[in-house]
Design a protein around this ligand. Sequence first.
Ligand code: ASP
Ligand code: MG
Length: 439
Amino acid sequence: MKVMKFGGTSVGKAERMHQVAELITRDDEPKIVVLSALSGTTNALVEISNGLSNRDRNFSKHAIDKLEQHYKQFISTLLKTEEAQQKALKMISEHFEFLNIILKISFSEALNKDILAQGELMSTKLFSAYLTEVGIDHELLPALEFMQIDAYEEPLIGNIRVKLTQQIKHHQDKKIFVTQGYICRNSKGEVDNLKRGGSDYSASLIAAAVNAEVCEIWTDIDGMHNNDPRMVDKTVAVEQMSFDEAAELAYFGAKILHPASIWPAQHYNIPVKLLNTMEPSAKGTLIVEDAGSVGVKAVAAKDGIVAIKIKSSRMLLAYGFLRKVFEVFEKYRTSIDMITTSEVAVSLTIDNKENLADIIQELEAFGTVEVDENQTIVSVVGNQIVQTPQVMMRLFDAIDNIPVRMVSYGGSKHNVSLLIPAEYKTKTLQALNKGLFNL
Ligand code: ASP
Ligand code: MG
């Protein structure tokens, strides 16, 4: 079995969806095809939901109508026959009726999740309608019947496995299964989701659940690049990297893969391939246990970082100080990304500002607290970076003119992280592209 996941841009236009149908029928292997919503849809649904929660029903109504028009248009190019089009129009009108009914109900978090689920429900039904029209045998599997998270929003992989294999067994004659990414049920049995960009996570959970031989993530770029193509002129795709490297890159800003999607693949040892729908013959990036080569693979940047420095002479020779500091972050369920210490101060970074004011207030009990918002973490990721000759020298040479605020190395063998003010991001990425990759 293999898993093939297609993102929003890969299904966002009718001709792209046609191409996806081609890609999934290139071989005879049994496969589970995981789809995102058409590009732009989830954003539109978020707006509809926001309108509702702000009691701006007119705004939501307008956004619903606009989205419906978009789908009508989409269907007219996706499908050929009048019959297939009529059927698809009826199907989407049910989803838009549902959205219009929701407009009359008062907003709740559960309702929000119902709204957000419509995108993947529609994309998979439309794709299935197309497959049917062109005579490609397949089965649509409802993700809401097997994808499950617990009360801490962690996926219940055992349950997913049992339910999914049962469903597949019911259709032993089928070779192509189509299902929704992103959506799931929570511990209360309500419709929920795996957070924005979560279709990758769905795909890797599904791959783990069925012990797939590969989990292919099809997007609109030919793999993980050595640097951010939006920020630097010349970047190249990385051929192979380890799960550890991919996890660091995905977490520290490489937008191509949802960070959570690495662990199921790593834990169940399922190779992940990042491939390009627009250029299917490109090699892409293979992510496996083995890094494949030594040295720096890529740099990535993560914005929206807050740096917090706690300075206290009481920290001098004191034990238990860090524990107290960490407990504050634990209390507010805020995870720490980078940390460096000196004898009298500790600097750390967070990316979740939700409880910043409370956190600062509690930290002030331990010493002076300084906070800097608008910071960026630039991560240099690779295999045995520090042991590779000259890498550190070239790295620090390259960033000679950048006011680096923190440096973190040693937490993992695969990563050197730099904290810089956000306005230096492009400059830093460009300097590293030259210094580390000669690009
Ligand atoms: N449609 C969802 C989103 O836009 C999930 C995904 O595409 O991965 O976030
Ligand atoms: Mg995505």
